[in-house]
Design a protein around this ligand. Sequence first.
Ligand code: HXC
Length: 282
Amino acid sequence: MTTDPTQVFRPGLLQGQVALITGGGTGIGFGIAELLAELGAHVVLASRKPEHLDPSVQSLLRRGWKASAVPVDVRDVEAVRAMVATVKAEQGRIDLLVNNAAGNFYVPSAEMSPNAWRSVLEIDLFGTFFCTQAVFPVMKEQGGGRVVSTSMTLHYRGWPLMAHATAAKAGIDALTRTLAVEWAPHNILVNAIAPGPIPTEGVRKAFAPPANSGVADVFAETEKKLDAHARRTIPLGRMGTPRDIANMVAFLASPAGDWITGGIFVIDGGEWLAKSAGWGTS
Ligand code: HXC
């Protein structure tokens, strides 16, 4: 049975909530913003790039939903604190933080510059921590809140040419479990999502692997044979979409998520398990 994934949740489910989404102007982040806004939340899109934010906010407003934007570089702790202060001042509360901002690229570990290592760790791991720490006092004061951070599955088995990103995402998993326990007394629920291959435009651009790297790159291959590749390597037979990820975020933000904390939810059509078992590789 196939269900229309746009019709899963009841209208108005997230009415009254304020959701802050880093990297919310494009790709998966924007997909999450669209669903949360459709369900009644006010979504605040945060990004380094105003050229990503303005059209995205306009696109949400045109559909009659509630949205605004705030610029931020999540690596800059002062900018992160200013972002949270702005959202609190403008919206009065923050019910949900989605740590979606990420930056990754393929690079051989032996050649990775200190700055390359630092850049990805600072965006993915430090940024997630800075944003999460910054919303803590707001959520504590209002009696609770939810954090959903974006992890991945590539560090479960190791992923050549991505030492920085795999290390950062492993850190996000650890942070998620630690904060879930530490902040449960404040009714702050901390979870993570681990998306499988979601061939958004940004990912397609970002992941042209180095020539002759010897690494089978799922996104490069998808450019050639997206559907055939998905049927062969993903047990559920297709690439993911931003909506697949957004549905889990909406679930966690809803009352259905009231007793869920410290979870790391793999949403990948079975891809990483299958790959570990060698499924679809012959
Ligand atoms: C080697 C690279 C590099 C590359 C950057 N660097 N790109 N090294 N190969 N392809 C090095 C630079 O040389 C520099 O080091 C350092 O990294 C910082 O680069 P800057 O360009 O100065 O940094 P900045 O402008 O801040 O850009 C940050 C970024 C960029 C991470 C490098 O890629 C970015 O902002 N990306 C955001 C978009 C993105 O990546 N989205 C993908 C998310 S999807 P030196 O030593 O020269 O100063 C996702 C899914 C993962 O995460 C799925 C994987 C299969």
